[in-house]
Design a protein around this ligand. Structure first.
Ligand SMILES: [Mg+2]
Length: 350
């Protein structure tokens, strides 16, 4: 019998607006909440499975059903847990992430320390986070721009048939810097180059995954040399790739804990990237404040942040990371990963 009491269940997050990217439209996301308890201390973790990475809530639940729950009973340090989880079969990354996060949350509470302090963080202030505009009709883009007016940094989803129209419309309203995320939507090199020519003088400071992750490698490298805008790998980087190789085709990597499956591994990847002069963006999925707060800890060491999953959903079951008046991520300085359950969800999983 495990020394921990485990509970886990799927929960559905409805989006405040339909969210469209080059791959399709989502109106909700079903994630999985993991709760562990020992010695009257509770730890929470969240899995946000994404079909792009061949993950579903069912697969996450399958992973958790098959997991030896004694895996948490004798953990000498969190790296050991991360490695043990990576050896599970099948190794569903978002599920591994949920278990590791729950453990770190529990461990931080047991030690009465914030996890970001245990990780070596010296401040609770992370990077400025961008706010994401999905692909939409011009009127909806205009409405969203008004909603996002005070945000200093926008992330704009492109990769559809109205890319230039969208950027022109945004530029009529504001000159603020933007990240562009194409989600693999530009399928050939000539299209990508021509779109980059268009974007080159539009104050786009980062261009995420313009072409498919599995596109011809030489052409991806060529695009990096061609582009005056730094190019960031997202779908093209899940954490197992060689950093030395990836930097030939990209200037930056988007690290998401749901892709790497681990906060601990993500921190190590940030260190590796820095050694190789690669920039780092910390990203998120559609997720609640549990995963957003965990991810936000990593932004203490990153160049850029796009942690806005919790802002896109109607109802957040937890509260945690917030934004300062100038839109820096602000970690909650309380034991664990810095989250509290919202009143309405008080009895969920208890
Ligand atoms: Mg992306």
């Amino acid at each position: 019998m495990s020394q921990f009491k485990w509970t886990y269940a799927p929960f559905t997050l409805k989006l405040r607006r339909a969210f469209t990217i080059a791959r399709g439209t989502r109106r909700e996301a079903t994630n999985v909440l993991v709760r562990i308890e020992r010695d009257d201390i509770v730890g929470y973790g969240e899995a946000a499975p994404n079909k792009r990475y061949d993950e579903t809530p069912q697969k996450v639940m399958g992973f958790l059903d098959q997991l030896d729950q004694e895996i948490l009973d004798d953990i000498p340090n969190p790296e050991v847990l991360s490695n043990r989880l990576a050896k599970q079969n099948p190794a569903i990354r978002s599920a591994r992430c949920a278990v590791e996060t729950a453990y770190l949350d529990w461990y931080g509470k047991k030690e009465n320390r914030s996890v970001f302090r245990l990780m070596g963080g010296r401040t609770s202030l992370g990077s400025i986070s961008s706010y994401t505009l999905g692909m939409a009709e011009p009127q909806t883009i205009t409405d969203k721009l008004e909603e996002a007016e005070s945000y200093p940094l926008l992330k704009v989803k492109l990769g559809g048939s109205r890319d230039r129209e969208t950027i022109k419309l945004i530029r009529q309203h504001s000159k603020k810097p933007i990240f562009v995320d194409v989600n693999e939507g530009w399928k050939n090199l000539d299209v990508a180059k021509s779109q980059i020519d268009f974007l080159a003088d539009k104050n786009v400071i980062l261009l995420e995954q313009p072409m498919p992750a599995d596109h011809n490698w030489e052409e991806l490298c060529e695009l990096k040399s061609y582009s005056p805008i730094p190019i960031c790998a997202d779908e093209g980087f899940v954490g197992d790739e060689s950093i030395t190789k990836i930097k030939k085709a990209y200037d930056c990597i988007n690290i998401k804990i749901m892709k790497t499956g681990s906060l601990i591994k993500s921190l190590e990847l940030i260190r590796q990237a820095k050694r190789e002069q690669l920039k780092v963006l910390i990203g998120c999925m559609i997720e609640s404040s549990i995963a957003d707060s965990a991810s936000a800890m990593l932004t203490l060491w990153s160049d850029f942040a796009d942690i806005d999953g919790r802002l896109l959903i109607e109802e957040d079951p937890f509260e945690g990371v917030t934004l300062t008046d100038d839109y820096h991520l602000k970690l909650k300085e309380i034991p664990g990963i810095g989250i509290r359950r919202s009143d309405k969800w008080e009895n969920f999983l208890d």
